[in-house]
Design a binder for this molecule. Sequence first.
Ligand code: ADP
Ligand SMILES: Cc1cn([C@H]2C[C@H](O)[C@@H](COP(=O)(O)O)O2)c(=O)[nH]c1=O
Length: 255
Amino acid sequence: MSSAAALIGALWRTSCRRRLHGAPRRSSDAPAQRKLVRSGEERKPVICIEGNIASGKTTCLEYFSRTSDIEVLTEPISKWRDVRGHNPLALMYQDPARWGITLQTYVQLTMLDRHLSAVAAPVRMMERSLYSAKYIFVENLYRSGKMPEVDFAVLSEWFEWITHNISIPVDLIVYLQTTPQTCYERLKQRCREEEKVIPMEYLEATHNLYEDWLIKQTAFPLPAPVLVIPADHDQQKMLQHYEENRERILAASGT
Ligand SMILES: Nc1ncnc2c1ncn2[C@@H]1O[C@H](COP(=O)(O)OP(=O)(O)O)[C@@H](O)[C@H]1O
Ligand SMILES: Cc1cn([C@H]2C[C@H](O)[C@@H](COP(=O)(O)O)O2)c(=O)[nH]c1=O
């Protein structure tokens, strides 16, 4: 893993970010805490694009990559479909109780690697995050009874160790808010082989978890403020929405 190597020689530092009065608790709010950070690098703003499966995240990232000096990191889905000749994504959809832990362990590793990789441009935009992998997908497998408790416990221990000991800065979450119906239609249109078995109920469950996390803000800590962009519209209208929100997105990221 390229970025894991970046941790070698990492420094311990004291994180002193304070919580705004009345703001929802964020996962970075722990009292002054020593965390591993990448050494010798200027910290650049990180924006995570979040949203349900097939909500339009990749399309949004493509648009920004064409029109701004932004480094775009899409999800490492090609790795989830091929790790040394195995396809943990397909295996998980075929038998979630058996392979959910396998996929989610690998997702956690590859998302961590994304967060820790060197940032080339002034701003980074990345698709999803270590946080949504845990709060949406692991949580969904567990709550739906498809992940054994012991697998959930091991993944949770890993997640908590990582987030307590490694600095994973996120400056803004952009939530592409769709209905599950919209995602279902776009999913069918995209026609990814592994996802042909996904029923509407699955998209409803992941949608509800996203809403609890990012809209109601009741489920899990927020790693950053949230900007909501309604995303049920056609592509043309979505590009307009991105344009209207460009300054807010870049301002919120501190540029
Ligand atoms: N606003 C939109 N209206 C209709 N189809 C869309 C829209 N945005 C994306 N799509 C299509 O929906 C599918 C899923 O979009 P994608 O950007 O891959 O979503 P995600 O990355 O969130 O899974 C793709 O086939 C894409 O071309
Ligand atoms: C993060 C994450 C993703 N998945 C699955 C869900 C989808 O089938 C793909 C991602 O596709 P998207 O169109 O980019 O949403 O990966 C998963 O099962 N577990 C995860 O943690």
